[in-house]
Each structure stands twice: as C-alpha cells, then as structure tokens.
Design a protein around this ligand. Structure first.
Ligand code: MEV
Length: 320
C-alpha cells in the first residue's frame, strides 16, 4: 500500500564541466563533476485538493499539473515518472521545488531540478526500479531536451550519478565512466552574473559547425584530445598539467564563440593571480568560470582577483 500522507524529499547537485563542453555534443569526450554543496530539492506532500500541484516559489510558480503544456520542464519531469510508472491519473500531491543552483549559469540547474522531481516522485510512488542513477538520468534527459535542444546527456548524467564522470555521447549507449582522482583538485567557481541560454549557445555552435564543418571538426577534435590528456593527468595526480589543459580548453571555446568579455575577464584575472588554469564551464556566453588552485594562499589570491574583476558569486569545490 502506498502511504499517500507521507512526505517525500529528494535532492540533486549542481555541476561543473571540467573539460569538453560543446565538443561533447559532437561525440568528443568530456569530463564533469558534481557540486554537492549547491542542490535542487523536491518535496512531495499530500494535497487535499484532489489535484497534483507543482509549486516553485523561486520561479513564481504555482500550477496544476494538468494545466501545464507538454513543454513545461517541471511538468515534464513529473510526467516522465507517471508515464514510466504507467499511472494515468496523477496522485493528489503537491510537488514543492526549490533550488540553490543559479538558473542559466552553466551549473546544471535544469537537470538538477528534473532529477530531484523524478527521484522524489518515484520514491513517493514506491518505484525503486525508477530510482537507479541510470533511470533517473534517462528520464531527466527527456527534460533536458527542452532546455538544450540537442543535449549531449552529460548534465543529467553527472547530476544523477553525483560523481566525477568521463562521458562520451555515442550510440546505442553513452560511455559513462567514473574515474580516479589521484590528487585533490581545488576549483574556485565564479559567476559572471550574466544569465545565458544553453539552447541558444548550443544552437549557435551548431549553425557555425554547419557553415564551417571542417574548421569546427578540428576545434572539437582539439577539445577531445585535451579531455583525454586531462583524464590521464587527473588519474596520475599531475595537477599543474590539469590547469594548463583547462586554459588551453578555454582558448578553443573562445574560437567556438561561446566565451564572452565577462568570462574572459574572470579567466584572465584568475590566471594573473596565479591560478594553475582557468576556463569557462558549461554552455558559456555568461554563467560560470572555474579556476584551479593549488593551496590556501593561491585560493585567497584568486578569489580576491575574481571579486575585483566583478564576479557576482564565488565558491570553492574540491574534487577528491
Ligand atoms: C552544458 O552544460 C554542456 C554543453 O556541452 C551542452 C551539452 O552537452 O548538452 C554546452
């Protein structure tokens, strides 16, 4: 018996892309890691109104599921679970959604919100078969299509698995491999404060690729080579090399036109302050950049420089 009066809660983390964003859409490898201190949360409570509501105060949302259009991301996350569980009529529940992950900032907010809703609802419906990382990721991928157009699948994967992953988009199954981090990697993550649409950035890269396929294939190949070398560097604890590869990756992202003056300013400020490497992270054009630092002293210097260069939020995350 399902206890419909129970309160169910689930969360999912934000993410950063260490290497290979955009090129990953075209089958080149990429590396991503969760940011566990920034989370999206979905809470499910019984509703006495004979309806299923989705309430997201941060987004100014309070809607009946049945009134929401097919392309509404929050509704689609819930409908994915109901369809997979073969439930024709939604239960009388309220799904509360809130998130600490800034929207449209390259930190996987859309994927994390979807994963949190999927986990909470699957748990509420007592469907453990829908709670595996693989299933959560696959259901969240369907929601990602609304945000991205042609998502590679890396965002939903890293937030569902919540571990550093090596990801290659391929058919019939993506290559998803957790890997060893031999020496801790300390990243300062700084927000430009500029919100940017992943769909537009991914679409612009697609248009340029269609116009100049050979040139863009070379750029993607270079990013793929960087990701492969970076994986070896991370697995062998070659921290300085990881930093150099990040900065190199940023150069290729500039050539894809997905950087911006704000991102370039923060990357330059971090490097001038002594960071081992720096790059934009995610779809670009705005959102966040990451800088690799070696110790407390370097972290302080880089944080100060980023602050002075106009970063709106700064946090540190350690990959160990
Ligand atoms: C966005 O976090 C990463 C992109 O490569 C898009 C994708 O992989 O779907 C820009």
């Amino acid at each position: 018996m399902i206890d419909f009066s129970a309160v169910t809660e689930a969360t999912a983390p934000g993410k950063i892309i260490l290497f290979g964003e955009h090129a990953v859409v075209y089958g080149r490898p990429a590396i991503a890691a969760p940011i566990s201190q920034l989370r999206a949360k979905a809470t499910i409570t019984h509703s006495s109104s004979n309806n299923c509501y989705i309430v997201a105060p941060d987004l100014n949302r309070h809607d009946r599921l049945q009134d929401l259009p097919p392309d509404d991301a929050l509704a689609l996350a819930a409908r994915q679970v109901l369809d997979a569980a073969q439930i024709a009529w939604p239960p009388d529940v309220t799904i509360y959604v809130n998130s600490q992950i800034p929207i449209a900032s390259g930190m996987g907010s859309g994927a994390a919100i979807a994963a949190a809703i999927i986990r909470a609802l699957a748990q509420h419906l007592q469907r453990p078969d829908l709670l595996t990382n693989e299933r959560v990721s696959a259901l969240a991928y369907e929601v990602e299509k609304i945000h991205h157009g042609t998502p590679s699948g890396i965002d939903n994967t890293v937030v569902a698995y919540e571990q550093p992953i090596w990801f290659v988009r391929q058919s019939p199954y993506n290559q998803i491999e957790p890997f060893t981090v031999a020496a801790p990697l300390r990243f300062v993550v700084a927000d430009t404060g500029v919100r940017s649409s992943t769909k537009i950035a991914v679409g612009d890269v697609r248009r340029q690729y269609n116009e100049q396929p050979a040139r863009f294939a070379q750029i993607f190949d270079a990013c793929g080579r960087i990701a492969r070398t970076a994986r070896m560097a991370i697995e062998t604890g070659s921290v300085t090399q990881v930093g150099q590869l990040m900065t190199e990756n940023h150069g290729w992202l500039q050539k894809m036109t997905v950087s911006s003056s704000e991102l370039d300013r923060l990357v330059a400020a971090a490097l001038e302050a002594g960071a081992l490497g720096a790059k934009l992270s995610g779809a670009g054009r705005g959102g966040n950049m990451i800088a690799l630092v070696a110790d407390d002293g370097m972290e302080t210097a880089v944080r100060t420089a980023l602050h002075q260069a106009g970063a709106s939020h700064i946090l540190t995350t350690i990959l160990a």
